[in-house]
Design a protein around this ligand. Structure first.
Ligand SMILES: Cc1cc2nc3c(=O)[nH]c(=O)nc-3n(C[C@H](O)[C@H](O)[C@H](O)COP(=O)(O)OP(=O)(O)OC[C@H]3O[C@@H](n4cnc5c(N)ncnc54)[C@H](O)[C@@H]3O)c2cc1C
Length: 494
């Protein structure tokens, strides 16, 4: 056991620079941090939609929102619009906040289920402020109730911004390709990495941000991998950027196709698009054609193929090596959770930082927490594929008919039979998210909470009218998304 001061980060993608920025901000005075990246290998270059907790990371980094938005060509995100998931031709919104107003024991959706049983036509997401604001193409924070939001940004510009912060806090950057890893014979810990130039870089702790290849965590340490391909069938993506043809939507769009789904992420000066699919059900040529046939604007880049595996590294922290980002596992991008997982792992690592030496009990705590966290998210993503009435292609039939994890079966059954849903431990997606997706994909509960019947007919009607009026009044006060951006955070180069 010895003091840990020299931290080496291998990889300069989103994960590498997030780690460098957060570690140097939090512990820069006591650590010697060096990041090694290879220009020749480059980054995955996608990953442009986020979820609200990213704003907490920016607080740690002392990053002002307007400065950040200008630097990364950013737009706001109020949630995700899903098209064609439960049924062809249907759409629903997964907003970053709940629906209506909750009443003590029963959440608003219980009231909506009762109304639905009595013939109510309105979809649940019509009672979400964020969904209504998004569909109106608006964004703003005027009024008492503030919208929950995250961002869309250019991944390359984000890494550049974080690099600037990191270097300002004293992080050294070395360009070069790691070709060898040396381990201590007794402990098996990583001692140094060797670059193609012959330079040897020693360290006390190594953070593997080398992407899918897992240069340290897998190639050197052979940590092992749990594959989730039986549930998350996609293993490829093809991505292309297009011209902007309309004002940016303040939400991501995820459109289900015959196999997999297509993302649409608007930035201030371009739109990111991509098709996520399974090579078992769709050829690369068909995928490319599907993507190109379904674009709003002219392509600005050549379509770029990306291969991936869904699953998790058996230990994200192994000895004196922590894997972050794609080297630690991947869940597919449907709910934009990868950047969030990087952020959470960094914060968790800082809390457990092994200054006095590697302690197995801290490693065990870390690995236990991240396993639980990612498994909850895995279940939430599987839900989108499994709860569908679509049987129009072999792919969707396979998704619908697949056997899902017990933990997910339980949640679906509880909701179907009782309308109840509970957030477990610190799981990322809270009740409203589960409700949004289950209801949005056609899973209507058979019952509602008895508390609902306590309310008089008149109060029941007033409740719905009050929620509608409250939402439309607030939406009316906000500017268009584009106007808000132009006033507050127009991109430097947009
Ligand atoms: C199709 C797709 C869409 C996605 N969409 C989203 C999204 O919307 N939201 C979200 O949160 N996440 C998304 N993700 C995930 C997100 O892209 C990643 O989590 C994020 O980019 C982090 O990647 P990374 O830094 O781990 O790896 P990479 O970007 O691959 O970076 C790897 C780094 O390691 C370096 N490197 C590799 N080998 C060596 C070597 N031998 N020597 C030196 N350096 C080396 C490279 O030079 C590079 O700098 C998506 C992923 C995919 C595949």
């Amino acid at each position: 056991m010895s003091d840990i001061n020299r931290v080496r980060i291998i990889g300069g993608g989103t994960a590498g620079w997030m780690a460098a920025a957060a570690l140097s901000k939090a512990m820069g005075n006591v650590l010697d941090i060096e990041l090694i990246e290879s220009d020749e290998i480059g980054t995955v270059g996608v990953g442009e939609a986020t979820i609200p907790p990213i704003r907490n990371l920016h607080l740690l980094l002392e990053l002002e929102e307007a400065d950040f938005m200008k630097a990364v060509n950013g737009t706001y995100k109020l949630g995700i619009e899903f098209r064609n998931w439960g049924h062809l031709g249907e759409r629903y919104f997964h907003p970053f906040a709940g629906f209506g107003t909750d009443m003590w024991a029963a959440q608003f959706h219980h009231y909506w289920v009762k109304a639905k049983q009595k013939g109510e036509k309105a979809q649940l997401d019509e009672f979400s402020y964020e969904a209504s604001l998004g569909r109106a193409g608006k964004f703003g924070q005027t009024g008492d109730h503030k919208a929950a939001y995250a961002y869309h940004f250019d991944a390359g510009l984000y890494a550049k911004l974080l690099r600037g912060i990191s270097e300002g806090e004293g992080v050294t950057r070395t360009e070069g390709k790691v070709v060898d890893v040396t381990r201590e014979p007794e402990s098996g810990f990583i001692q140094s990495v060797t670059l193609e130039s012959g330079k040897v870089i020693e360290g006390d702790f190594f953070i593997d941000c080398s992407g899918f290849r897992g240069l340290l965590i897998e190639q050197a340490l052979e940590t092992g991998w749990e594959d989730w391909g039986q549930w998350l069938k996609s293993d490829r993506a093809i991505a292309v950027q297009t011209e902007t043809t309309s004002p940016p939507t303040p939400y991501t769009r995820a459109t289900a196709r015959t196999c997999g789904w297509q993302w649409r992420i608007p930035l201030q000066s371009r739109v990111g698009n991509g098709l996520v699919y399974s090579s078992e059900y769709l050829s690369d040529d068909e995928a490319r054609q599907t993507l190109l046939n379904n674009l709003d604007g002219k392509p600005l880049t050549d379509p770029r193929p990306i291969r991936f595996k869904t699953g998790r590294r058996l230990k994200q922290w192994n000895g004196n090596c922590l894997a972050l980002g794609l080297s630690s596992g991947f869940l597919e991008p449907l709910e934009s959770t990868s950047i969030h997982l990087i952020q959470n792992s960094i914060i968790r690592f800082i809390k457990l930082f092994p200054s006095a030496g590697i302690n197995p009990v801290e490693i065990e705590q870390f690995n236990r927490d991240v396993k639980q966290e990612i498994e909850y998210i895995r279940d939430f993503i599987i839900l989108h594929y499994h709860v569908t009435e679509r049987t129009d292609t072999p792919y969707w039939k396979a998704c619908r008919d697949m056997d899902v994890p017990e933990s997910l079966k339980h949640k679906i059954r509880l909701f179907r039979e009782t309308g109840k849903i509970f957030r477990e431990n610190n799981e990322l997606f809270s009740e409203p998210s589960w409700i949004a997706v289950m209801v949005g994909q056609g899973l209507l509960p058979e019952a509602y909470h008895p508390f609902v019947d306590n309310m008089s007919e008149q109060d029941f009607k007033n409740l719905f009218a009050r929620v509608r009026t409250g939402i439309s009044g607030l939406v009316a006060q906000q500017p268009s998304h584009l106007d808000f951006i132009n006033t507050h955070c127009k991109a430097n180069a947009a």
